[in-house]
Write a protein that binds this ligand. Sequence first.
Ligand SMILES: [Zn+2]
Length: 350
Amino acid sequence: MNWQVTEYVGGNPMDGQSLVIVGTGEDFLASGGGHDVDLVTCGRLRQRQCTHLGFDAAGTRPVAIADVRDSHCLTVRHNGSTMSLGHPAARTLVFVHAHPDDEALLTAGTMARAVAEGHRVVLIVATDGAAGLSSAAFAQDLAAHRHAELSHSAHVLGVHRLVNLGYPDSGLTGQVEGGFATHSVFTVAKVLAAVVDEESADVVVGYDPSGGYGHPDHLQVHHAVRAACVLARKQVQLFEATLPREPIVRAVRAAVTLHLTPSDFDPAEFAHAWTPAAHITHRVNVRPYLRQKRQSLKAHASQASADGTVRTLGVLARLPGAIAAPILGTEYYVRVAHSSRTTSGVSLPS
Ligand SMILES: [Zn+2]
């Protein structure tokens, strides 16, 4: 059953004040409550936001809630009885990524896990991905393909809200005129902070200072997310998605030794990529969510190969199960301490 929040009775629902919601559907009418029910939320519902409440009792019995897809902790008062819904520690997490497919590669398991544990997950993707490599089958209107792929990925991960900022992909060398990386950090940060404020986010996830492997759009995400967290009205916990540097450097060296890399490839490029393992503060176990992570990777079919060569995403999406778990089963973050604000104790699942 869909319930639509139509009107605030008064004040800030964060303070436990009432909202009036209007329900539709026979179950609601059969519950004998009329059209108006007091809904008190300790999360934040926006006006006109739909929640999905399944009532399994009819008539004058106390209302029980069978299914709450809104991830915030809710308390419903009806016919004099009160009950709590949802995860009492539910939080809103905002993940910011540069390109469609970065969410699949870096944070998909964490997102699926957070959704499964009752948190609200918002995904912001900055660019259209139009400068990415792809096979010829997707080359025509690549941005449209990548938009559809991202929507599918967000769906399989259970993301509650997907925000496409639609900046042009800057390209690996920043060659695209007007690309995302050419916009001022402050301009982008204001856009991000607006979403963070709208969502009253508790956790924001950006990129490490290396921008991973140094793509200009990833560096822009790093800087803009840090600035957005300063601009946000509420203090947030900032985490930066990364990978442990050392095993990647070892793998790259092995690939060079085996002549698997192009002749002009310089492994020294990776000497400063990602983050030294000792600096990683959070390792999130996502092994129970590998099915969703694989579906997310496979959703980005345009990125699986290019010009007949298989790309990283294509390899990862097809890893056999026994190998996939050790490679895809952990996601890595560095928690960034706030110097000017006190911490609130909100954390990623660990
Ligand atoms: Zn990217």
